[in-house]
Ligand binder design. Structure first.
Ligand SMILES: C[S@@+](CC[C@H](N)C(=O)[O-])C[C@H]1O[C@@H](n2cnc3c(N)ncnc32)[C@H](O)[C@@H]1O
Length: 232
């Protein structure tokens, strides 16, 4: 099995097993974040990168248990949640029939294209599992002119990410600041890439994460990077 296939199979099996916990944990607790406040802060900064979404079409790629998709729906977006775990998609269709949920592999350009074209595409905490370059390439093809692709990825310079990467033998692949800033070279019609760094605060009595402003560069060594690639 090649690296791409084994990465996909590993995480599909992992998240299919995780799906069994959905009723016990509930969709409001997502799968990745160290705690609920980290999750909420990540979502809040990602919403900021999306801009106004009411009336817009938005794909939530790798939606997991659909918490961010529900937030997009509440903000007035025509949201579509996409994940490759069929059981999760079936459950979300039953629980939230007012939202469109699709089972697809977000690295597969043909599958993604069949879902449609969107004003905004979001991929939060997904690209480290699916492969940064091939996934953003597939997703960018369904971003409409004037649209945006928003991602949240672990920074491969962060020592915590280095340890996690070593534990998973490359199946979990954090992303470098250079890869994020080079998106205009990888993808057609990128007019700008804005990035916000999220760093764990030394004192966390108020909030766990400290966020940088949106910038065209990355300063320091944030734990996570949220990026917004804007299409011509
Ligand atoms: C850590 S969860 C993130 C969930 C959600 N985006 C959030 O931030 O709350 C990662 C999700 O990505 C999905 N995923 C990973 N690789 C994928 C792929 N190639 N195609 C579709 N979904 C994928 C997993 O099934 C899982 O639900």
């Amino acid at each position: 099995m090649d690296h791409i296939t084994s990465q996909k199979e590993h995480w599909k099996t992992h998240y299919t097993r995780q799906h069994a916990l959905i009723d016990a944990i509930g969709v409001t607790k997502s799968l990745e974040y160290s705690n609920e406040v980290v999750q909420l802060q990540t979502y809040a900064h990602s919403v900021e990168g999306l801009g106004r979404v009411d009336g817009l079409t938005v794909m939530d790629a790798g939606c997991g248990w659909g918490c961010f998709t529900l937030l997009l729906h509440a903000l007035g977006a025509r949201a579509v949640g996409v994940d490759f775990v069929q059981g999760t998609i079936d459950t979300l269709r039953r629980l939230h029939p007012q939202i469109t949920w699709e089972a697809a592999d977000v690295t597969d350009a043909e599958q993604v294209k069949r879902i449609g074209h969107f004003d905004r595409v979001v991929a939060l905490e997904v690209l480290q599992y699916s492969g940064f370059e091939r996934t953003v390439t597939a997703l960018w093809a369904c971003v409409k002119p004037g649209g945006r692709l928003i991602g949240c990825v672990p920074n491969d310079r962060c020592p915590i990410a280095t340890k996690v990467k070593a534990r998973y033998g490359g199946l979990w692949a954090p992303v470098s600041p250079e890869e994020v800033l080079a998106l205009p070279d990888l993808l057609p019609d990128v007019v700008a890439v804005y990035v916000k760094g999220l760093t764990f605060a030394e004192r966390q009595e108020f909030l766990p994460l400290v966020a940088s402003p949106w910038q065209r560069s990355i300063s320091g060594t944030p734990n996570r990077m949220i990026f917004a690639a804007v299409r011509q």
